[in-house]
Design a binder for this molecule. Structure first.
Ligand code: ADP
Ligand code: ADP
Ligand code: MG
Length: 602
């Protein structure tokens, strides 16, 4: 079967020569294969007439067209299509009572669409967007699969579903009141008191929703989902904006649902969290914005490993032409004196309500320093002192020459630029004609295809990559990237990590990366700096140290241990109190960099 997709935000027939129409060989022979639809003024392609020559794909100046061929038998698995020449979703994850179904996959392959269908928000049309099927027809389509009884119940309203949406930033626009008001109004299970404590909402309990930070809003959204008395809980990306400790707390409260035999389906890009929470994994693969296919269910370890390896053995399908690989041996810190970028003594800085102390330390050129610690603990304040933007109250910072700093802030959703991405890069001084910028930054981050898009229309992940490029594309000695992995899928996190590592080395700079995804930190950091204390009140920064030492210091603070998967070497969280957890804590005193260990309790 052939799928022709026209990206409607890219297609602009008023700004091109209608190349897709003029060059189509079928059109030239007198038939109507490609045309402009008058309703929305976008190109349409007939999938019946198209021969898949690929000429329109190449000729379109805005790269708006994708045409792919899938095996004919796939057509019977079509679950949903949003409209003509739009994205197609094949197959669905299968919810199971008492099990957490984890979904892993790239951005734009239909994860959120799947959750919306399973929650009943979106009725699947089996591809018939102009003649939607009845529930009876839909149920017949899923005959013989576990989804048949599921959809029967869903259509009879015998299943009540609740969805924690992926995007939470806009919730305060339509929900008003304090955290307490909001939760107590919808609390059907009498859980709000427990969740207040388990999700650490005490401090903001009486606060109005419009003053919550990203992490507070996320915890409120999760609490608001869990207090509903539903049969299925669909949770789209619960980790965004949360620090490591909060991610674990969230994992624990979601786990409790399985005790009550609820259905739970979860989408998550933090591999440690996904691994820790899921019982079963579905991989959704495909081409972003064009099509997505849900894989067979797999056990959690095997499923995540298959995803990382890029190969689905049972289906005999390669989903990526490279493996996502981990390095078990942490790099040692370069300690060659000429490579020193700067050093500092013990320093302190006081604001009206906040006190920061940082212990003496030094950083080297070519180093990527992973910064671990909660929000509001003084990380940005510290880097601003290094770059001499603000002065410490006590202590000194010495460097051989004045250092320049380039910064990507944590919150990028406020970026409001009225123009295309190309204009934006020109405006902030990124030299797009430089071959270095193109080969090291623009192409690896796949921004070349987004240049003509309006910045305001970019998705969270696209905007994030654009802002990373804008920060790294400037000349500086110190780069600070605050939560660069938010909104990115696993592949993109890996790509961003490689870009950061390479550029930092090439430019002989040092890059600070603040990040709460421990697995992503493992890809990107060559050393670690840990901040501890009481957020918003006082912070203590330890000097940068080796990856192993830093991870150990941090994880000890948080009280969790990681083991290594023997096959892919990826870090996995040990269950609290398990044999390995106790052995690593008590005997090895290694919270992170253990070799691949056998679990002797088995
Ligand atoms: P994911 O959650 O995996 O990132 P989504 O399910 O949100 O992906 O989206 C998959 C594709 O469907 C995207 O290309 C998106 O543009 C498209 N899409 C999502 N919602 C709509 C809609 N309401 N109308 C048309 N296309 C949509
Ligand atoms: P982090 O980067 O770890 O999230 P920051 O360094 O941005 O933390 O901030 C630490 C604390 O210092 C916060 O409570 C913040 O409100 C406060 N703070 C930061 N800059 C200033 C300033 N210029 N004046 C007063 N308080 C500030
Ligand atoms: Mg999504």
């Amino acid at each position: 079967m052939r799928i022709a997709v026209v990206n409607s935000s890219l297609c602009r027939p008023t700004k091109c020569m209608k190349e897709c129409i003029r060059f189509c060989p079928i059109n030239r022979s007198g038939a109507k294969c490609v045309w402009i639809d008058e309703k929305d003024n976008k190109a349409r392609i007939s999938e019946q007439l198209c021969v898949g020559c690929g000429i329109c794909i190449k000729k379109c100046p805005f790269t708006a067209i994708s045409i792919v061929n899938l095996p004919e038998k796939m057509s019977k698995n079509l679950v949903h299509r949003y409209g003509p020449n739009s994205f197609e979703l094949f197959r669905l994850p299968i919810p199971k009572p008492g099990k957490i179904i984890g979904i892993i996959g790239g951005n734009g392959v239909g994860k959120s669409t799947s959750l919306k269908i399973l929650s009943g928000i979106l009725k699947p049309n089996l591809g018939r967007y102009d003649d939607p099927p009845s529930w009876d027809e839909i149920i017949i389509r899923f005959r013989g699969s576990e989804l048949q009884p599921y959809f029967e119940k869903l259509s009879n309203k015998d299943i009540k579903a609740v969805l924690k949406p992926q995007v939470i930033d806009n919730i305060p626009k339509f929900v008003k009141g304090t955290v307490r008001d909001i939760l107590s109004k919808i609390d059907e299970r009498g859980l709000s008191k427990d969740l207040k404590q388990e999700l650490s909402l005490e401090k903001v309990w009486e606060r109005d929703i419009k003053y919550l930070s990203g992490g507070e809003l996320q915890r409120l959204a999760i609490a608001a989902t869990l207090v509903k008395d539903a049969d299925i809980y669909l949770i789209d990306e619960p980790s965004s904006y949360l620090d490591v400790r909060e991610r674990l707390k969230v994992a624990k409260v979601i786990r409790l649902l399985t005790k009550e035999k609820k259905y739970v389906v979860l989408v998550e890009h933090d591999l440690a969290v996904l691994d820790y929470l899921s019982d079963i994994i579905h991989i959704i693969y495909g081409e972003p914005g064009v099509y997505g296919i849900t894989s067979l269910p797999r056990g959690v370890r095997v499923g995540i490993n298959a995803f990382l390896q890029g190969f689905l053995r049972e289906e005999n399908i390669r989903i990526r032409d490279y493996k996502i690989e981990f390095n078990i041996r942490p790099p040692e810190r370069e300690s060659i004196k000429e490579n020193k970028l700067l050093e500092w003594s013990d320093i302190s800085k006081c604001f009206k309500d906040f006190r920061l102390i940082v212990k003496a330390g030094e950083i080297y050129r070519g180093e990527v320093i992973g910064v671990l610690g909660p929000n509001g603990i003084g990380k940005t304040t510290f880097v601003r002192m290094l770059a001499n933007i603000i002065k410490p109250d006590n202590g000194y910072i010495t460097s051989t020459w004045p250092v320049k700093m380039s910064y990507k802030p944590q919150f990028i959703s406020q970026v409001s630029y009225d123009g295309t991405l190309r204009d934006f890069f020109n405006e902030v001084g990124i030299n797009l004609s430089s071959s270095f910028i193109n080969s090291e930054l623009i192409r690896p981050l796949r921004l070349n295809l987004l240049m003509e898009r309006y910045v305001t229309e970019l998705s969270g992940g696209e905007l994030q990559r654009a802002m990373i490029a804008a920060a790294l594309g400037k000349e500086a000695d110190i780069y600070l990237l605050d939560e660069p992995m938010a909104y990115l899928d696993v592949e993109q996190r890996y790509a961003v990590a490689r870009v950061i590592r390479r550029l930092t080395e090439e430019k002989r700079a040092a890059t600070f990366v603040v990040e709460h995804d421990i697995v992503a930190m493992d890809f990107v950091a060559t050393s670690i700096m840990v901040f501890v204390g009481n957020p918003g009140i006082e912070g203590l920064g330890y000097p940068p140290t080796s990856l192993r030492e830093g991870m150990n210091m941090f994880l000890k603070e948080v009280g969790i241990t990681f083991r290594r998967d023997p096959e892919t070497l990826r870090p996995r969280i040990n269950k609290e109190g398990s044999w390995l957890d106790r052995y690593q804590k008590e005997v090895l005193k290694e919270y992170y960099y253990t070799k691949v260990l056998e679990d002797k309790s088995k």
